[in-house]
Design a binder for this molecule. Structure first.
Ligand code: FES
Ligand code: FES
Length: 160
C-alpha cells in the first residue's frame, strides 16, 4: 500500500505491506536506527517517536496508520529547536542520564513530550510519566535528574 508521511521534516513516500510496523519502517526502510526496538510486548518504550508532536510507541502503530502525518525521531529532534542538540539531549548528557544508551532515544522522546505538557514537573511527575520506559542499566536517578533539568531548560527556552 502506498504511504506518505513527513519524517524529520522530509516528505517520504513508500509502497509498504499493510502489516508493516512503523518501528520497522523507520529502521529498515529509512535506516533511522536511533529508534530502538527492545521488546515484542509494547512495554519497553525504546521505540518512542513523536507523531504530530505527541510521543507514541512506534511498535504499536502500522506504517500505513500514520499516512499523512508528521513523524519525528531522535535523529530529527534537534532540528525541532534548530540546534545541534535539543535541550533534553543536552540534559541527558550533562546529568549522565544513560549507561548503555539503549533506552535513551525513547526516554528522550517521551521526556520532551512530557516537558511540553508539564511545564514545572516534580520528581514524582517524572517517575510516573516514565513508567512506560524501561531502563535495564540505571537506577533511574540520573534519568529523572536529566528530565527535570531538560524540562527546566525547555521552559527557559520557551520564555516561560
Ligand atoms: Fe516498542 Fe518495546 S519496542 S515498546
Ligand atoms: Fe541501558 Fe537504559 S541506559 S537500558
Amino acid at each position: 500500500m502506498n504511504v506518505e508521511m513527513t519524517v524529520n521534516g522530509k516528505k517520504v513516500k513508500a509502497d509498504t505491506p499493510p502489516s508493516l510496523l512503523l518501528s520497522d519502517f523507520l529502521r529498515e526502510n529509512l535506516n533511522l536506527t536511533g529508534t530502538h526496538v527492545g521488546c515484542d510486548t509494547s512495554q519497553c518504550g525504546a521505540c518512542v517517536v513523536h507523531i504530530d508532536g505527541v510521543s507514541m510507541k512506534s511498535c504499536t502503530l502500522l506504517a500505513i496508520g500514520v499516512d499523512g502525518k508528521s513523524v519525528t525521531t531522535i535523529e530529527g529532534l534537534a532540528k525541532t529547536v534548530d540546534a545541534d542538540l535539543h535541550p533534553m539531549q543536552l540534559a541527558f548528557h550533562h546529568n549522565h542520564g544513560l549507561q548503555c544508551g539503549f533506552c535513551t532515544p525513547g526516554m528522550i522522546m517521551s521526556a520532551v513530550d512530557f516537558a511540553k505538557q508539564t511545564p514545572n514537573p516534580t520528581e514524582d511527575d517524572v517517575r510516573h510519566w516514565l513508567e512506560g520506559n524501561i531502563c535495564r542499566c540505571t537506577g533511574y536517578q540520573n534519568i529523572v535528574a536529566a528530565v527535570l533539568a531538560g524540562a527546566a531548560a525547555m521552559q527557559t527556552q520557551a520564555g516561560g
